[in-house]
Design a protein around this ligand. Structure first.
Ligand code: NDP
Length: 254
């Protein structure tokens, strides 16, 4: 369908080499977009490129640490050099350090904030001139249930993900005149490397999530393909500044 068609569009997906980022990249690739897979791990980047190429997409890997401003700018330059333009940025790279607030070092706090939030701001800044040149574009920022709820082990993560939603709203208002829509996605509990560690670290987490999620299951990365296509395509041209849960109903059940 034309509304959701991404042929001729170019998307950068940070953390696109696994988990939710790869799930989103697969959706974009199936809708016709070319993809820049941006992550630190060369082997994971290469494997993701192969799986996206198998869907018929033009794909390049870019090794980048999104906490490094110069590297974020270089990533954007590489994408423009290869594909001539950028239309879509998905700020998905993220991490977590699960500890009670009193046990957190300042270095751990900065690590989480830098990786999850400051990186997204830097990538938005770096990509803005290219989106403007293209006559508009789409930015999708990945939040979390911790954008709206708190938890004893999530002071830094929650601050970064709450900040992601507020930053999304501010960028959406600033760049609406440039026809750039900026939205956030709030995944529920999704089975990825990140949460596999969480399930080992937090006793009973697996069962708690199952009991609280109306859909009765953990999410999988592919559950994010559809929302990525919607927010990256003309179908969402009048949607901006929102934060859309993709959570099997986790956030609407008491
Ligand atoms: P994964 O651990 O599977 O993926 C994290 C991705 O981020 C990897 O591709 C990793 O690639 C990349 N990454 C991490 N740090 C950096 C860095 N400094 N520079 C570049 N890339 C980096 O986890 P998820 O797929 O679960 O997480 C993806 C996003 O979704 C995160 O923002 C997370 O907070 C969010 N989220 C996840 C939920 C879940 O239940 N799984 C729920 C809500 C939100 P590499 O190691 O190669 O750099």
């Amino acid at each position: 369908m034309k509304l959701f068609d991404l042929k001729g569009r170019v998307a950068i997906v940070t953390g696109g080499n696994g988990g939710i980022g790869l799930g989103m990249a697969k959706g974009l690739a199936q809708a016709g977009a070319s993809i820049v897979v941006a992550g630190r791990d060369r082997a994971k980047n290469e494997a993701a490129v192969q799986s996206l190429e198998a869907l018929g997409a033009a794909v390049i890997p870019v090794r980048v640490d999104v906490t490094d401003e110069a590297a974020c700018r270089a990533m954007v330059e590489t994408a423009v050099q290869r594909f001539g333009q950028i239309d879509i940025l998905i700020n998905n790279a993220g991490t977590n350090v699960r500890k009670q607030p009193q046990d957190y070092s300042l270095a751990e706090w900065h690590h989480v904030l830098d990786t999850n939030l400051t990186s997204a701001f830097m990538c938005c800044q770096a990509v803005y001139p290219a989106l403007k040149r293209a006559g508009g574009g789409k930015i999708v920022n990945i939040g979390s249930m911790f954008s709206i709820f708190g938890g004893p082990f999530s002071a830094a993560y929650g601050a970064s993900k709450g900040g992601m939603v507020q930053m999304t709203r501010s960028l959406a208002t600033a760049w609406a005149p440039d026809r750039i829509q900026v939205n956030a996605v709030l995944p529920g509990w999704i089975d990825t490397e990140l949460t596999r560690r969480g399930r080992q670290e937090i006793a009973g987490l697996h069962e708690k999530v199952l009991a609280r999620t109306p859909a009765g299951r953990w999410g999988v990365p592919d559950d994010h393909a559809g929302i990525a296509v919607f927010l990256a395509s003309a179908a969402s041209d009048f949607v901006t500044g929102t934060a859309i849960p993709v959570d099997g109903g986790f956030s609407i059940q008491i």
